[in-house]
Design a protein around this ligand. Structure first.
Ligand SMILES: C[S@@+](CC[C@H](N)C(=O)[O-])C[C@H]1O[C@@H](n2cnc3c(N)ncnc32)[C@H](O)[C@@H]1O
Length: 511
């Protein structure tokens, strides 16, 4: 078996975090064994991002000349021109993402026949990756649905999208699969019954419930709790499948279930993810990015008005903080805005200085001349005062974001739930010297959970800052409008984590 050529089938691919990490896994000989054969994604913006990235990989690894990709990033040529300059690689990239957004469950004839073709033409190992969408499992999704009398979990189509995943397992019969999902998959219930054990059963024997035959069964391994069992790995708790990303060098508390399925004929056990020596902080990850000011929504935006507003806020916040903390730790000066900041800056791209080496090696690209996807949004003037308070509170206090009860009455938003405690984290600053909280697609909505720690910039995180916390390389370009870029980033598996998983899979396949 040619282990230097592993076919990757990426389902529910999103912007491609999982695929990016796995396809960048390098062997000790400097080769990249994982080649994405197909990425299936139904969202047009994420699909566009995937296709751009697919072309980049072909230019970099096959043509060995990605210079036009950088010209595109630097605004020297359009995306159309980039694709026109490289017709052969562009056609391959488009084939990789199936020519258009495609939906599992709806476009199955096309998707299945492409996967069957790839598998029949491939003699090396095969890997299926992806996570069926998680809304129905997710804790947030379930609390929303709890208030919806019409909601019946059994009828929620999203619960059953994993069966589409199983169907592809039966068609491809991969040597290994990786299935990612939210923590809520462990406790999701239908008719009062926890679903996770049956999901595991289905994954062990996909052929039992799929319309296609599957000649193999699978062993489902944890990526964090070691097992020496080559036949039927068993774990003490379903939580053993849970990965806490912050323990593995990712600057973010992202807790996700990742299942590693290994085909029954592989007589070896996979390794587990190594723990990092120290957590990576938000400051280490984003501090070197160009400083930007936020803007105003719902009112005309300009730098002078913004600076006036933030200056006035600085003295209000400093008075409030002095009533809460030791006066010596609060100076109005540290809350005063930087002068002359822009909302989008064509600042030169610099090598991150504070970042731990492992992250810098992964993210930094000396070919880049500017920072991508780094522009701020507008906020309501009242919210800017709350952002300044949150950021100042974390600086003056113990690096903790204030709960709603810690806000003075004068800063309380007109929100009926504000005092009930159910929205205690309605505003949350991403504290500088800790790892971030989970970057979710909610960041596309308002940014209140993702306030920058620097009160002088007084804003929520940009797409690039969120992408850094998700460990997307700095040359990863997100297509679509800004809202869609936030959704794409929030949905992804951190590529650096995926890269570590890729190395574990390669070691397993080499055994
Ligand atoms: C959680 S995201 C996947 C993230 C991805 N694994 C990564 O690492 O970037 C799930 C994706 O599935 C896509 N999706 C949902 N239902 C789909 C379907 N039936 N067919 C194809 N894609 C689908 C969504 O648009 C979303 O982008």
């Amino acid at each position: 078996m040619d282990i230097d050529n592993v076919l990757v089938i990426d389902l529910f691919a999103g912007p491609g975090g999982l695929g990016e990490g796995i396809s960048s896994a390098k062997t000790e000989l400097g080769q990249y064994p994982f080649k994405i054969g197909v990425s299936v994604e139904k969202d047009p913006n994420a699909h566009k991002t995937l296709t751009t990235r697919a072309l980049f990989r072909k230019l970099k690894y096959e043509l060995k000349d990605p210079s036009n990709y950088y010209r595109y990033l630097h605004g020297e040529i359009t995306r159309e021109q980039l694709f026109e300059f490289h017709p052969e690689q562009a056609a391959e990239a488009e084939e990789e993402t199936l020519g258009a957004p495609r939906e599992l469950g709806k476009d199955n004839d096309l998707i299945h026949s492409r996967i069957s073709q790839l598998v029949s033409e491939h003699s090396g190992p095969k890997v299926v990756i992806g996570g069926p969408p998680c809304q129905a499992y997710s804790l947030a999704g379930r609390s929303r649905n709890a208030g919806n009398k019409e909601y019946v979990a059994k009828e929620d189509k999203r619960h059953f999208l994993y069966k589409e995943y199983l169907e592809v397992l039966s068609i491809a019969q991969p040597h290994v699969f990786v299935m990612e999902n939210v923590k809520g998959i462990l406790s999701a219930k239908i008719d009062g019954e926890i679903m996770f054990p049956s999901i595991l059963e289905d994954l062990r024997e996909p052929g039992k419930i799929t319309t296609h035959n599957c000649d193999y069964s699978y062993k489902i391994y944890s990526l964090v709790v070691p097992s020496s069992d080559t036949e039927a790995p068993a774990y003490k708790s379903t939580k053993d499948y849970l990965i806490n990303c912050e323990e593995h060098g990712i600057p973010q508390a992202r807790h996700r279930v990742i299942l590693l399925g290994v085909r029954s004929d592989i007589n070896a056990v996979p390794g587990v993810l190594e723990k990092a020596n120290a957590p990576v902080t938000v400051r280490q990850t984003i501090d070197d990015l160009p400083k930007l000011r936020s803007g105003f929504s719902k009112q005309k935006d300009n730098t002078t008005d913004w600076e006036t507003c933030i200056s006035e806020n600085a003295s209000k916040v400093s008075t409030i903080l002095k009533s809460l903390f030791d006066e010596s730790s609060i100076s109005e000066q540290v809350l005063q805005p930087y002068k002359g900041l822009e909302r989008k800056k064509e600042a030169p791209y610099i090598e991150p200085a504070l970042m731990p080496q492992h992250l810098r090696d992964w993210l930094y690209d000396s070919n880049l001349e500017k920072v991508l996807n780094h522009e701020t949004r507008g906020h309501m003037a009242d919210d800017l005062l709350r952002y300044a308070f949150c950021a100042g509170y974390a600086m003056a206090g113990d690096g903790v974001s204030p709960k709603s009860r810690e806000f003075p009455k004068s800063l309380a938003p007109a929100h009926s739930n504000w005092d009930t405690g159910t929205h205690a984290d309605r505003f949350r600053v991403q504290v500088a010297d800790r790892y971030a909280t989970t970057v979710t697609s909610h960041i596309s909505k308002d940014g209140h959970y993702f306030v920058h720690y620097d009160p002088k910039q007084c804003r929520s995180l940009t797409v690039r800052e969120a992408a850094r916390l998700q460990t997307f390389p700095d040359n990863y370009f997100f297509e679509g409008n800004r809202t869609s870029q936030y959704v794409q980033v929030g949905n992804a598996v951190p590529p650096l984590l995926a890269n570590k998983i890729g190395k574990i899979i390669f070691a397993l396949l080499s055994f």
